[in-house]
Ligand binder design. Structure first.
Ligand code: ATP
Length: 448
């Protein structure tokens, strides 16, 4: 029972009594009119949810009170309404001011116009493409059939590979498919987003470090190259690597050896590198922003994943698969999709590609509740995502474009969390918000 008020319990939902142990870490998925993002749940303490900057989960919407609700990590994990203007609804039960109840796993929590859901995730590096998302044979358009064949060719070749394509097309999924169809399938697949981390942290993630390599390095750490030994490392957004890190990466590719930070001893690794980018690497090479020798090493063999607008016949099977997957996760019967919804989805141009389609479906499923028909009233397409980095913006100078791309990348890597993205970018949240307006980036938008 909450020290602040009475506790309400729901009998038919799975609640969470621990956030540690064997289970995958927990996160809150947040869908609000302007934002879609995920927030990892810490192992202890509280999470304030509200509009105010000091909240751990900031939802930028006027329907949300400044501090609307408080999650106590537990055990058991509970949510308490913090005296909000319009209450907190937990799977249909409205909490009055200072009432609390256990947080249900996978159940909708409504806070103003936003919906939150507690979800289990897997390790950040691995979470983008769990087994079930691995290139399911659900997509059958001619361009994708061709892509399947190319994936098999790439899988069999002992070369580095480059996966090209706009944001959200499924480069990550393709990289994993290459790994799983290769001889390395039983060894690890390790993925990292090169745009997500500042240079020094990225290098220590990639190459590891020895004890005492820098302040705070009180024990040695294995890098991802070592962790992927025998398998595949997937370097997402490779176009964002700094020149220094590019030089170090090139050395690993040329010698097959990694040098942990602070060490003078190289370690041999046998790792296949698959890199991905939504930027024109060749153009970056021409502008001296990407090393030509590294480009040629990475570009052993390349594959382009077509944008969703070039394969509209994939939209229906993908949408159906996302509906089934979300329903399974929520323990619901998958609803039928109204044919008008399919037609609407097929007519949309999907600047955020498959990722955008996935969030639109997940949001529709949340809004549909237990309805057995997913209708147009559940569909929110307008403003669901902003244009990706390849959108047309002839007015932007290249510096501005770079900054805009960095911001997009940071938002992607933090699943749209503005505060985290601002930290990564080394700017205040307010500055980030100003930039979002300046570059007309739809307010955080990317879901994982
Ligand atoms: N063929 C597919 N089948 C099922 N899910 C897919 C498929 N393609 C993409 N997805 C889903 O769409 C989302 C985006 O895919 P992914 O992360 O692979 O895109 P990306 O091209 O790597 O994006 P970015 O450039 O932003 O990193 C993920 O949730 C992924 O699971």
């Amino acid at each position: 029972m909450s020290p602040y008020g009475s506790a309400v319990t729901a009998s038919n939902v799975e609640t969470v009594s621990t956030v540690s142990g064997e289970d995958a870490p927990l996160r809150f998925l947040v869908v609000s009119p302007r934002q879609t993002f995920a927030v990892d749940v810490p192992s202890e303490g509280t999470l304030r949810i509200g509009r105010a900057d000091e909240c751990e989960v900031v939802i930028d919407d006027e329907s949300v009170s400044r501090v609307h609700a408080v999650v106590r990590i537990g055990p058991p994990m509970t949510i308490e309404d913090a005296g909000s203007r319009n209450g907190t609804i937990v799977v249909g039960t409205k909490l009055g001011a200072h009432e609390s109840m256990p947080v249900p796993l996978g159940g909708a929590i409504t806070i103003g116009r936003a919906v939150l859901m507690l979800d289990r995730t897997v390790d950040l590096r691995e979470r983008r493409a769990p087994e079930s998302e691995t290139f399911p044979p659900i997509i059958a358009s001619p361009p994708m059939k061709k892509l399947f064949e190319t994936i098999d060719t790439i899988a069999a070749a002992p070369l580095s590979a480059l996966v090209l394509g706009e944001t959200g097309v499924g480069k990550d999924v393709v990289a994993r498919a290459i790994h799983e169809r290769s001889k390395r399938a039983s060894a690890p697949f390790v993925a990292i987003n090169c745009a997500a981390l500042p240079e020094t942290i990225l290098e220590s993630e990639l190459f590891g470090y020895v004890k005492g390599a820098f302040t705070g390095a009180d024990r040695p750490k294995k890098g991802l190259f070592e962790a992927a030994d025998g398998g595949t490392i997937f370097l997402d957004e490779v176009g964002e690597l700094s020149m220094t890190t590019q030089a170090k990466l090139l050395r690993v590719l040329e010698t097959g050896e990694v040098m942990p930070l602070g060490s003078s001893q190289a370690k041999h690794v046998d790792v296949r590198v698959i890199a991905a980018t939504n930027r024109d690497l060749r153009a970056l090479v021409l502008q001296a922003k990407f090393r030509g020798d590294l480009f040629f090493r990475l570009d052993g063999i390349s594959v382009r994943v077509p944008p969703l607008r070039e394969r509209p016949t994939d939209i229906r099977p993908l949408a159906e698969a996302f509906v089934t997957r979300t329903a399974t996760r929520l323990g619901r019967t998958p609803p039928r999709i109204d044919p008008v919804v399919i037609a609407t989805l097929e007519a949309h141009d999907w600047p955020g590609n498959v990722r955008e389609l996935r969030s639109v479906i997940e949001r529709a499923m949340t809004l549909a509740g237990s309805s057995l028909l997913l209708g147009t009233e559940h569909l929110v397409l307008k403003g669901a995502l902003s244009a990706g980095p390849e959108s047309h913006d002839p007015g932007l100078s290249s510096d501005e474009r770079r900054e805009r791309d960095r911001i997009n990348a940071a938002l992607r890597s933090t699943s749209g969390n503005q505060s985290e993205a601002a930290k990564l970018l080394g700017m205040s949240r307010r500055t980030l918000i100003r930039r979002l307006e300046q570059y007309e980036i739809g307010r955080p938008r990317k879901n994982t």
